[in-house]
Design a protein around this ligand. Structure first.
Ligand code: 4NP
Length: 155
């Protein structure tokens, strides 16, 4: 059923915590599989409040503890994204509703939620107003999801 994809956009609300973390983990997974030059990845946010900002310092700190360096700067999802990416992966139900609302009728991008790549299926909770455990849980879920995205969508 699934066509293999050449480009993946990760989307969350602010594009300063979950989706830049997902992009960074996916980059590592692709690199380890020698696929970083053939698969294009990026991340974006539903809202533009944090446009141009680096990822949240707490997310970057937790990322560093796990050996990841988040370089992305926040940007909002654009209409072009729905034509330029094969797969757009949202973090939670609210992200998916917004993506479905923004998606042009003739867009090529397939929409998916991280939940379908983790067991048991569950959304990636927004860590922004929580504590350390929330940021750690984001990394745990996204590491599992990115391995499964590689197997199910890329290879
Ligand atoms: P993210 O987290 O969607 O994982 O980047 C959030 C970042 C900012 C806000 C909410 C969630 N905010 O309301 O500004």
């Amino acid at each position: 059923m699934n066509n293999k994809v050449k480009s993946i956009l990760f989307v969350c609300l602010g594009n300063i915590c979950r989706s830049p973390m997902a992009e960074t983990i996916m980059a590592k997974v692709l690199d380890d599989a020698d696929l970083s030059s053939t698969i294009h990845i990026d991340s974006a946010g539903i809202i533009d409040y944090h446009e141009g900002e680096k990822a949240d310092i707490r997310m970057r700190q937790h990322a560093a503890d796990h050996g990841y360096d988040i370089l992305h700067r926040s940007r909002p999802v654009t209409e072009d994204d729905f034509y330029n990416f094969d797969l757009i992966v949202g973090m939670d139900r609210s992200n998916m509703e917004e993506l479905e609302r923004k998606r042009p009728a003739d867009a090529k991008a397939r929409l998916a939620m991280v939940a379908q790549y983790v067991t048991p299926p569950q959304p990636v909770p927004d860590p922004y107003y929580g504590g350390d455990a929330g940021f750690e849980f984001v990394i745990t879920l996204l590491e599992e999801a990115c391995q499964n995205i590689l197997k199910m969508e890329v290879q």
